[in-house]
Each structure stands twice: as C-alpha cells, then as structure tokens.
Design a protein around this ligand. Structure first.
Ligand code: PLP
Length: 397
C-alpha cells in the first residue's frame, strides 16, 4: 500500500508494509515458524544465494513475518529500511560491529543504558576500538572529540536513566560537517517514533529496544535498527548474519505487530500519566529532585520541546539515599518493582543497583547518575490511583 507512506503514524503502525501472504486471506500476518525455505531446484537455491532471484532462503537471512514488521518500523521511523533483532542489545551491537573496526574511534555520551555502556567501554575497547565518553549535550565537547578515525557518534535522547536530552540535529550537523561518513546513531527507545524521528533530524541510524514501547506488553525481547537501504543491507549481511546472529523469532515479530496496532494510542496515555505523576512528585517533600524533560527547569527542556512531539512517559527522581529508594520500591503496591519500561504496568527501579550496575561508582558519578535516583516507567493505569500509591508509600518511608 504505497499511500501509507504519507499517512499518520497510527495508520502506518496498522497498515504499513506489504504482506505477501495471500494464501487464505488472513487479516493478521501468519507466523512463519520455519527455519528454512524449500527451493524448487538446486539452481533456484543458487540464484537466491547469488541475489539473482527474490525469495527466502533461511530465517537468519529473512522471514516473511519478520519482513513485514521491518517494513512497518521503517515506515514509522521514516527510514528506507529496517532490520529486526532478537534484542535491543542485538540491534546495538550489530550496528556498532558493522560500523567499527580495530583502530576506529567512537564518540558516545556518558549517560547510556548500562549494557550499551558496557558494550562500548568494557567490550569494544578489548578489540582495538577507541571510545571517548563525553557529554554530547555540550556541543563544544562534540567538536573537540572528533578525530580523523571517528566512525560513529552514539547517543540516547532522552537518555536512560536521567532523561538527559541531546540536540540530535546539532550533533549530527557537527559530526557530518567534520566527516560526512561518520554515522550518528540514536537510541530512540524512550521517545518512540510517535514522539521523535531522529533520521529527520539528521541522524544516520536509529536503534530501538523494541522490548519496550514498540511491543508495549512486557512479553517480548526484541530490537531494531533503521537507516538507509544500503547500510541496512550491510547490517543484515554482516552485522546480523556474520557478527552477532541476533535474529528475531517469527513469534516475537507477530506479537510486536499486534502491539504496534495500539502504539499511537498508548504513547500519549503514557505521557499524560507521566505529567500528572511529575506534578505530584515535584510537590512531594521526600523527593529531592525530579528529572523530566517537560519541566521548564530541566536543562534539555527547550531542545526536547524543539525535537520531540511531547516529553515522554519516563520519569526519574531522586530520594535521600539508596536505602530510601529501596524502601520506597518495597512500599509501593500498585507500581511494580522491575526493570524494563514501556509496558501497561508502571515499573519502578533503582538504576545504580539494577539497569546501570555495569557502571562503576566513578562511572555513575561521571554519567550524572546519583545513588538515590529512581527510574519510573509510567504505565497505563489511572494516574490518580498511581499517585495514591505513591502517597501511601512515601508516608511509610
Ligand atoms: C534505552 C535502551 N536501549 C537499549 C536497551 C537494551 O534493550 P534489550 O533489553 O531489548 O536488549 C535498553 C534496555 O533496557 C534500553 O533501556
């Protein structure tokens, strides 16, 4: 359906992509639960491997259920193409292994999801990739960090867990003015394409943990990378096929397509609830500081207002100590103590001991992640009932 390209995000999420499945006229794309695809002849198999004939070969290289999902995500992000992965980390590691090589240099913001930080700082550096962690919201630091061997600039906006905002358009401009071949990679997990389109802002690659809002139901681990058709072909044939093998399963692809049907309804409700909870947290005496880009005193507020359609469903706040944070999590009854985000259930966690435990104490301080920081992934429950839960929990600590 060619016209879907010009339609709303809600319609794209439901109708995007061309289903080649015409067999029984099923409304939903069937789950092609198969590892391999049968060739009519050995010659046909040869032609498919040589790229001379379209068609599926083996599910690590492509699968009809997954292909349809990839088309939908590419449409949502405004990308030429998308590759699906078995996790967000599968997408991120496949992307970085496709871009980097020994002797190359990556610039990354120091505030990142803990395992992405570990991949860069404790992983890629073991294989001769140089990584500079900087504050990419300080554009002078970006300019000063660029080198002749820089191959990528990597950032999250809003960043996990502090909701730090990076000016994607400015960072991309600085990097590309220095060297047009540098890939600016943006993790768009927190914002989703409903709220932010990094490629339109000048980024080259968007990565996602689809485990979060894109699937939205807390029952799948998955990831995506989006970009040009040329780079995504390289990602598929090198990053995914040879380097990581982090292939999404067809069952998961089906579930994500089901979740996507309500993405454009879910995200605004997450945002609405987050704003109500932020309003309450700001007035709560036991909260030292609230981190939400929608607050006017958030350092990235103006940039977020410029590059995002709204401020998102993720909130962070600081309590007195690590112990107070743990006590709060334990006292909550409706909010669930769990990592992950973007689900119907409101999830609360303590980054320093959970999602960001790969950071050392010094690295946490450098990334601006306080010990008493709590991350809240606001869900789809009734906001007033969530606030009542917080009130009873704060009264106990
Ligand atoms: C911003 C961000 N990026 C990437 C990931 C990794 O995704 P996954 O857990 O699907 O591998 C996460 C997981 O929490 C995340 O929050």
């Amino acid at each position: 359906m060619e016209d879907v390209k010009n339609m709303s995000i809600a319609t794209k999420a439901i109708h995007g992509g061309v289903s080649k499945e015409k067999g029984y006229g099923s409304l939903s794309m069937p789950i092609y639960q198969t590892s391999t695809f049968v060739f009519e002849t050995a010659e046909q198999g040869g032609r498919r491997f040589a790229g001379e004939e379209e068609g599926y070969i083996y599910s690590r290289l492509g699968n009809p259920t997954i292909s349809l999902l990839e088309e939908k995500i590419a449409l949502l992000e405004g990308a030429e193409a998308c590759v699906a992965f078995s996790s967000g980390m599968g997408a991120i590691s496949s992307t970085l292994w496709t871009i980097a090589a020994a002797g190359k240099h990556i610039i990354a913001d120091s505030t990142l999801y803990g395992c992405t930080f570990a991949l860069l700082n404790h992983g890629m550096t073991r294989y001769g990739v140089e990584v500079s962690f900087i504050d990419t919201s300080d554009l002078d630091q970006v300019k000063n960090a660029l080198k002749d061997n820089t191959c990528a600039v990597y950032l999250e906006s809003p960043a996990n867990p502090t909701l730090k905002i990076e000016d994607i358009a400015e960072v991309a401009k600085i990097a590309h003015d220095f060297n047009k071949d540098i890939k600016v990679v943006v993790d768009n997990t927190f914002a989703t394409p409903v709220l932010q389109k990094p490629l339109e802002l000048g980024a080259d690659v968007v990565v996602h943990s689809a485990t979060k809002y894109l699937n939205g139901h807390g029952d799948v681990i998955a990831g995506f990378a989006c970009g040009t058709a040329e780079f995504m072909a390289e990602m598929r044939l090198f990053g995914l096929k040879d380097m990581t093998g982090a292939v999404l399963g067809p069952q998961e692809a089906f579930l994500i397509m089901r979740g996507l049907k309500t993405l454009a309804l879910r995200v605004p409700k997450h945002v609405e609830n987050a704003k109500k909870i932020v309003e309450y947290l700001v007035s709560e005496p036991k909260v030292k500081k609230v981190y939400y880009p929608g607050l006017e005193d958030h350092p990235g507020h103006d940039i977020a207002a410029k590059q995002m359609a709204d401020f998102g469903g993720m909130v962070a706040f600081e309590v007195e100590s690590r112990e107070a944070g743990a006590a709060l999590c334990n006292a909550l009854e409706l909010c669930t103590c769990a990592v992950s985000l973007g689900d119907a259930e409101t999830l609360i966690e303590h980054p320093a001991s959970m999602t960001h435990s790969p950071y050392t104490a010094e690295e946490l301080a450098e990334a601006g992640i306080p010990e008493g920081l709590i991350r809240l992934a606001v869900g789809l429950e009734e906001a007033d009932e969530l606030i009542a839960d917080f009130k009873q929990a704060f009264a106990k600590i």
